[in-house]
Design a protein around this ligand. Sequence first.
Ligand code: AMP
Length: 191
Amino acid sequence: MFNMVVFGPPGCGKGTQSKKIIEEFGYRHMSSGDLIRKEIRKGTAMGQFLEKFISRGLLVPDGIIMKEIFRYWLRNLDTKGMVFDGFPRNLYQAQMMDRVFNKKGYDIELVISIEVPEDELIRRVIERGKDSGRADDNAEVMHNRLLVYQSQTRPVIEYYKKNKRLFAVDGQNPIEEVYAEIRQLIVDKNH
Ligand code: AMP
């Protein structure tokens, strides 16, 4: 099973690129944000709890998200591959992910960092907010999401750089060009 992470700030195109990867390579898509939004839509007590974080642009507590992610991964060890989109989001999540995966004899083999400047991210998220229906796709919450990204999520890049799993792509290029680069990185890793 091939495990990879698509990493980057809100609005960089993680979801778009992850979808293209799973379509071509037949991997599974694990989006932590989608998982949380699904729980919120169910209207459970847990959903209501999670909504308080997501609507403010804050990370939800590690334990809750990690339990769900690892459970899904463990249930799908027989699949060709998995693309993690939006997870890990801080150093603790990244370290725990390595620990859990290594224990089972697996590794995160590839981490793609999609790089886009902040002004472009803000423009994209506000544009997406016009029809995404997401309570966090607006200028005010995006401000917090970027602060959280800079302080908690960005340090994960250094963590992955240390063990040479990180590859950066320019997310300002057209979708198909970004994908062509990512695609090549996956092919190179698998052959
Ligand atoms: P996303 O769809 O990846 O932009 O995530 C939307 C929101 O879900 C984030 O702003 C967080 O509130 C929450 N979230 C997503 N992934 C994680 C994670 N790995 N850890 C904590 N919170 C997360």
